[in-house]
Design a protein around this ligand. Sequence first.
Ligand code: SAH
Ligand code: SF4
Ligand code: F3S
Length: 462
Amino acid sequence: MDNKKVHIKSFGCQMNKLDTALVRSALDAAGFVLVESVKEANVVLINTCSVRDHAEQRVLSHLGHLKHIKESKPDLVVGVIGCMAQRLGEKLLEHEAVSIVCGPAQIPQIADLVTEALRHNKKELSVTEQIRKPAPQTGSDALEEFESAYGLADKQVPGQAFVRAMRGCNKFCTYCIVPYVRGPEVSRQPEAIIDQIKRLADDGIKQVTLLGQAVNSYQYKTAEKTWSLADLLAAAAEVEGIKWLKFITNYPSEKYFDEILHVMADSPKVCPHLHIPAQSGSDKILRAMNRRYTADWYLALLDKARDIVPDIAIAGDFIVGFPDETQDDFERTVDLVKKAQYRNCFVFKYSPRPGTTADKRLEDTVAPEVKQARNVELLAVQEEISDRLSRSFLGKDITVLVEGPSKKPHLNAAASGNNPQLVARTAGHWIVVFNGPKSLAGQFAKVKITKTSPLTLFARLT
Ligand code: SAH
Ligand code: SF4
Ligand code: F3S
């Protein structure tokens, strides 16, 4: 059929990108052709994120653009999938450009929804009615089947794949929309996960990243035992062909923490990389965020991680400008960042999300310019730390997994030549740039670090 050309765009986190990959392969299996541009497409799907207002605004402005295109191409079918589809449902369907609204739990129906929309030119809505109710067995079976059938190598980054360990979130950090758009925590069956990893390994995948909003909460009871993330990592490490295992994101918690860190220390395949957001360094703010720890407790947890895995690289996230965050609260965050010695951290400005506890109970008191200044200051503090940590790599020989040619050729490489600049990652998730043949994409390479900057290590092949 001529009108089965689909263009998909992803606006969200790793979980969202994984859904996009599943949708892509499901549509491919249903006979659709995936195209690179909106121009060639009959169907445009946008996979969306609701975590901050900015993420939603980007989608809305993209929809505005698509509305224009539809003026000259009225048969174009536009579908919104993902977290924003779940959050806004019917309201999004009212948008002139939009024909399909499909929540994250409904992606198994995507090929049918698109087919129907193309055939009848009518609007299709498919979201979860009561998102915090445990999914009926049929609902989670459908997702599980979909995941197992289409969770194969997506080839976006050669040699690497993401595998979901769990869906949803039960943590209810007061600022966060995720529990309301992704639903309750469900850990996937370990056999299904390991099977999927084996198939990925057969397909040439070398690095698997296990995904979950609080992936260290993974827990699955079988007749024999209760599986934790530590058990899952140990089992995945047994899979032949898989060389590196990573997992994101961790919620600061003692449960299973030692076990997970010990698997990291003992298995050369489990990379010494821990993404474990603190969000704030002020106990008052942490309490208001419903993060269930204090700054000191969190720092002690990092100490423990470093005791067990001395070369561990730690990364974090912070929100600045949470309601009632004073200068003193912010300084505590700065202090925590100095003590935590992260490889890197992401800093976000608080964005009130409708329906969350923080939005219902607290006023967004911190002025935008104060949020901005705190954001800049915190990043500068981290940059100094990253710069110092990166310098310790100078002259070292390390193994990296190559992602592919660098998209930013302006990066100041140490050496040039006929080979393009390649981007790779270390086991600790540092970015490494060096010149080498394109054929190295998806392969491990040995390099010597010749130069460093806060976020990037420059190297040459050895
Ligand atoms: N489950 C992961 C990721 C959640 S979203 C975790 O718990 O770490 C990624 C990051 O977005 C969060 O770590 C947090 O720092 C940020 N974030 C979430 N909600 C936000 C909001 N309302 N405003 C600003 N940043 C937010
Ligand atoms: Fe959101 Fe907190 Fe869950 Fe992360 S752990 S997804 S920040 S509610
Ligand atoms: Fe991810 Fe955004 Fe949804 S962070 S889970 S795509 S709200």
